[in-house]
Design a protein around this ligand. Structure first.
Ligand code: PD2
Ligand code: ZN
Length: 285
């Protein structure tokens, strides 16, 4: 005699998922359900629909955002130098996955000095984009002082922007203005991703202007005595802050699978100055 009510309750669905997670195969679960009075057809239907829905919910949670095109230095034939019009940039180190390229001779000593001189009077304690509101806020993970140049704000910014556009083959209009940061001894930038977190409520507002960030170039304007490297914890890499050098990395989706977690290690002695250029998917107007 069958006295079990044959309705598929949330409790039953939870139990089915638990059995599957515990490693029981479908015939065993079916057997257990039949033994406790379930009609075989109802039990099969319950298992099928529950497990299909469960797999779909996992897909939704784990789904990667779609990959988008990213800036790419032309490294196809392993050149030692890249001609960017007004100078030959040196290819020091190139990693394919994640795409990380260290460049030398990206900026001249005079350009580094001029950027520092123009930025110094405008420095303020660094803000980061507040992911909740889309505004800006003080961030304890970033203990540097900084400022932004407007894009093409002066002749030097224009020259560097045009050079980078050519270096990584990406429209100059898709770049944010250059940011300059100064780290004093002890200052650091804790590991983070440069893309905007799609899960944060402020992100849709930020993305209206130019879409996602898809690549970063950090340029070193001076040399601290010790410390201050740019670290990539997922790949165990540290880029030395060598004056005139720059590190480029790209991220085709706003997701940790890009392995572009990176940070500015604490400066142990001296000061560290950098200029950062972030590149967007579309025109950053
Ligand atoms: O100063 C750095 O090395 C550093 C590290 C991580 C800079 C940035 N991120 C950045 O400007 O986004
Ligand atoms: Zn960063």
């Amino acid at each position: 005699m069958n006295t079990t009510p044959q309705t598929i309750t949330p409790e039953l669905r939870r139990w089915i998922v638990e059995q599957a997670q515990a490693g029981y195969d479908a015939p065993s679960v079916l057997q257990a359900m039949k033994a406790s009075g379930w009609d075989e057809d109802v039990a099969i239907q319950a298992m099928e629909s529950t497990l299909r829905d469960h797999v779909d919910s996992l897909k939704g949670a784990d789904a990667l955002p779609p990959a988008v095109p990213v800036p790419q230095p032309r490294l196809g034939e392993s050149p030692l130098y890249l001609d960017v019009g007004d100078r030959q940039v040196h290819v020091i180190t190139a990693l394919a996955n994640p795409r990380v390229v260290v460049f030398g001779n990206l900026l001249s000593d005079d350009e580094c000095d001029e950027l520092i001189a123009l930025a110094r009077p405008r420095l303020a304690r660094s803000l980061t984009v507040a992911v909740r509101s889309g505004g800006e806020e003080l961030n304890a993970d970033r203990t540097s002082d900084g400022m932004f140049f407007g894009r093409a704000e002066n002749e030097l910014a224009r020259r560097i922007e045009a050079r980078i556009a050519r270096l990584v083959d990406w429209p100059v209009q898709n770049g944010e203005g250059l940011q300059v940061l100064r780290y004093r001894p002890g200052a650091e930038y804790k590991p983070h991703y440069d893309y905007f977190d799609p899960g944060e409520p402020g992100t849709p507002t930020i993305l209206k202007r130019g879409g996602q960030r898809v690549a970063t170039i950090i340029m070193y304007l001076n040399e601290p005595e010790r410390g201050g490297g740019t670290t990539f914890p997922d790949i165990g890499m540290e880029v030395a802050p060598k004056r005139g050098h720059g590190v480029f990395f790209s991220y085709a989706r706003a997701h940790p699978s890009t392995r572009t977690l990176h940070g500015g290690a604490p400066v142990k002695a001296g000061e560290k100055w950098i200029a950062t250029k972030w590149l967007r998917e579309r025109e950053f107007a």
